[in-house]
Design a protein. Sequence first.
Length: 329
Amino acid sequence: MKQPSLIPPTYDDIAAAARRLDGAAHRTPVLTSRQADAIAGAHLFFKAENFQRIGAFKFRGAFNAIAQLDASQRRAGVLAYSSGNHAQAIALAASLEGIPATIVMPEDAPTSKMEATRGYCAEIVTYDRYREDRMAVADKLAHERGLTLIPPYDHPDVIAGQGTAAKELFEEIGELDTLLVCLGGGGLTAGCALAAQALSPHCRVIAVEPEAGNDGQRSLSEGRIVHIEAPRTLADGAATTHLGDYTFPIIQRLVSEIVTVSDQALVETMRFFASRMKITVEPTGCLAAAAVLQGVVPVKGQRVGILISGGNVDMPRFAALLAGNSVEL
Ligand SMILES: *Cc1c(COP(=O)(O)O)cnc(C)c1O
């Protein structure tokens, strides 16, 4: 991997990422639903990254970054800090490339997530999230063991990898009027916006974040990266505290608007996906669709792309949410 310098990724990097991912990542399906079209009064095209390897788009960026490591970086191994989809993405991508992976996770992370990550042969190092800072733990490990840290969103190779999701969507269904993307730290949004600019230049790109954590929206309106406290929301994959130094300028340049949706809207969208489209989508993965199905973004008569970002939700939690019961945040 190239040393991070603030040289932003371009569409060429997305095209190169697509070549690396060919045969390693799934080319996920694009779904349509007459019922969803009727609700929105538009033609909706859902890019279903819940069917991606590890159940979320994060495999794209992780693999694209890891595939570019040099021989000595490969020998030493990679490091990630995450308890969510990025951890599993790094663990799987590293194991496919025969590279050791270390994942830093809070010691009280859900057992299902720890087991999934361990299942890909990654070493898990735990820390006490009330008393230790995960960045400090990760930096120390990286330094002591010579590991390469792969960040979850703020890295050019990660952004380029995520952009391949939108590249596939445009290649399959042609130009769009609007593309909606789920927004956490902005890796997916930045990559998809670069793909849209190259492949469908008149397409407006709208990012969607949880109401409880609208740092992206505030960053766009204030013209600087706004930091917030970790938000409490069902959209755990988008519960980030700030956009990145790479992702923010791309978003500022190419995203027309950032909107928010409530947790209630996420649950209703999850129920729509399960009952009408027969698919399991995690709450974070519902952000973009919720903005259209709940009428937050008017799209009447348009051709609209919607990124479904992932489908990893524990089944008891999924069942509780569908039943309308409250769950722990
Ligand atoms: C990570 C993640 C997001 C947010 O992606 P960013 O690149 O951080 O903006 C959205 N949905 C799911 C399912 C994720 O795992």
